[in-house]
Design a protein. Structure first.
Lengths: 174, 373
């Protein structure tokens, strides 16, 4: 535990302890965002590498460690999506790659219907579900995280859940 | 905690399953542990100083301090420039003149008004040599009457009716003549109606100006009065010194011309001699005009019957002058601030708009990526 120099004493946990405590949180968030276990593995590693580099800037008064780590994870994921977008435009092979990922299981412990439903959601919809349902962030924190208003965040979550429920129901019937 | 109103019971099964999502695989966990163990943990860094300072509270304090500073500067300026020791609000014309005669260059902004200027102010009719209180006493450090000064006075007097206007106009002319002066111009105007005006310009000997103003003040109610004295002694001294120098030059040239010299040099010296003599004549005339002007004061008297004319307000006291000066400075400071804001605001607005647009564009792009992924 350390404190910020020149500021009021604010307890700062050690990076190792933070990483240990929030690793699963970051991983689940990235898994939901990417719907790809392998990719989530890689991006989780990248996230903590970057987090360690930026650790000196972490200010516990401004955000919790989990939120801070997930912000870094989001930036890493967006960088990945941008790179993928460029690659897809350049090589036009994104569809094949995506269909290859679809064949792999999304996550253990989910029913096939839920997994199929999640696959049909967009990353934005999966992200808000990840933040509010999986990570159990409150509405204000999630809204700040996404850079939108609380109302917009609630609306996005509501629509995503309804859409997921419909997908799950249709897959269950099938 | 998730909002209960949004995650209702029908989503329970979905929520339950999602919360059983597996954690990071052991391989990832090991990698992160190694990373945390191997890499030296950087020291926590203090938040950027500007981030600490740039708070609403500090901004408020800064604005308040700047405002207090501006007001303090304005008040200090007002107090310093308000003058001291001349709180007498109404210097009577006669009293005012005495010290002013000795002032080198003084613009007495007039505004002398006595409730009944017709009832002449009492008696601080100090002669030029006498000292009067306050600033006037300082002004007498110059020996009055020995320095040349051009005196200009203007008075505006209200009289009761056109008959009185006619009488007082004649009386003003008589006063000038009785004091050894003359009437430079007179313009008596009585358009249709009961009102009329007379504009009289008098020239009176400077030594009699005090007496002249005192007598003229008795002709009606003083509406306004302005007296200006401009010291011309230095100007006359300079001209006199220049004349003396030229005369010495002339004597030297004349001496040289009596000697045995070449024709060329004689011709050149004669030209210089003529030029110097012409300059002496010109400067002598100029000095004579200046001295004559200094010996005769100019008094412009406006007589009117118009009821709308108000008595001149008494000159402000020191506190009022300080407040007025402070208000003037404060107004200039505010004008400066407004000017700076006007100049800078378009740049600030453009910068802020560019920043907001860039962030919005980035956010939209990210959102689109997430919608497609």
């Amino acid at each position: 535990v350390s404190t910020h120099p020149g500021t009021a004493a604010v307890e700062r946990p050690a990076f190792a302890a933070v990483a240990e405590r929030h690793l699963d949180t970051v991983y689940r968030y990235l898994l939901m965002l990417t719907k790809d276990r392998q990719l989530a593995d890689d991006l989780t590693g990248d996230t903590f590498v970057k987090a360690l580099r930026l650790w000196s800037r972490f200010d516990p008064r401004r955000a919790s460690a989990a939120t801070w780590l997930c912000q870094i994870a989001r930036t890493i994921a967006l960088d990945h999506f941008r790179a993928e977008d460029r690659r897809r435009k350049r090589e036009d092979r994104y569809a094949r790659a995506e269909s290859a990922w679809d064949d792999r299981p999304f996550a253990e412990g989910l029913s096939p219907a839920l997994e199929a439903g999640l696959r049909e959601l967009s990353a934005a919809e999966r992200e808000v579900i990840a933040l509010r349902v999986v990570l159990e962030l409150d509405g204000d924190t999630a809204a700040r995280f996404l850079g939108i208003s609380r109302t917009a965040c609630s609306t996005r979550l509501s629509r995503a859940l309804h859409k997921l429920e419909e997908k799950v129901r249709s897959h269950a019937v099938a | 905690m998730p909002s209960p109103e949004l995650i209702d019971e029908r989503f329970d099964e979905i929520v339950r399953q999602l919360r059983t999502l597996p954690g990071a695989p052991e391989a990832v966990r090991e990698r992160v542990r190694e990373l945390a163990a191997q890499e030296p943990e950087p020291e926590p860094r203090a938040p950027a100083r500007w981030r600490t300072w740039l708070t609403f509270r500090s901004l408020g304090w800064t604005v308040a301090s700047a405002g207090a500073g501006f007001v303090a500067v304005a008040l200090a300026y007002g107090v310093i420039t308000s003058g001291a020791g001349d709180d007498e609000p109404t210097l009577a014309p006669r009293a005012a003149l005495a010290p002013l005669q000795a002032t080198r260059t003084t613009n007495v902004g007039a505004e002398s008004a006595d409730a009944g200027a017709t009832a002449a102010p009492p008696t601080s009719t100090a002669t030029p040599g006498q000292a009067v209180a306050g600033r006037a006493r300082d002004a007498t450090t110059l020996p009055p009457g020995r320095r040349l000064a051009q005196h200009t006075a203007s008075m505006r007097l209200r009289v009761s009716d056109v008959d009185e206007l006619s009488r007082t106009t004649r009386e003003a002319m008589r006063i000038a003549r009785s004091l050894g002066g003359f009437v430079a111009s007179v313009n008596y105007a009585r358009p249709k109606g009961d009102d009329g005006d007379a504009f009289v310009t008098l020239r009176v000997p400077t030594v009699k100006i005090q007496e002249a103003i005192a007598q003229l003040s008795d002709l009606g109610v003083i509406v306004s009065q302005r007296i200006e004295i401009r010291d011309v002694q230095n100007q006359v001294n300079d001209v006199t010194a220049e004349i003396a120098r030229l005369r010495r030059t002339i004597r030297r040239i004349e001496t040289r011309l009596q000697q045995q010299i070449s024709d060329d040099e004689r011709f050149r010296l004669q030209l210089q001699l003529e030029q110097a003599r012409a300059n002496v004549r010109s400067l002598t005339d100029q000095r004579g005009r200046t001295v004559r002007r200094a010996r005769l004061a100019v008094i412009s008297v406006t007589l009117t019957t118009r009821e709308g004319e108000q008595k001149a307000a008494p000159p402000p006291g020191r506190v009022e002058r300080a407040a007025r000066n402070a208000a003037t400075v404060l107004a200039k400071e505010l004008a400066g601030i407004v000017y700076v804001l006007i100049v800078l605001s378009p740049l600030v607005v453009l910068g802020a708009a560019a920043l907001v647009a860039t962030r919005a564009h980035r956010r939209r792009f990210d959102q689109r990526l997430l919608e497609q992924a």
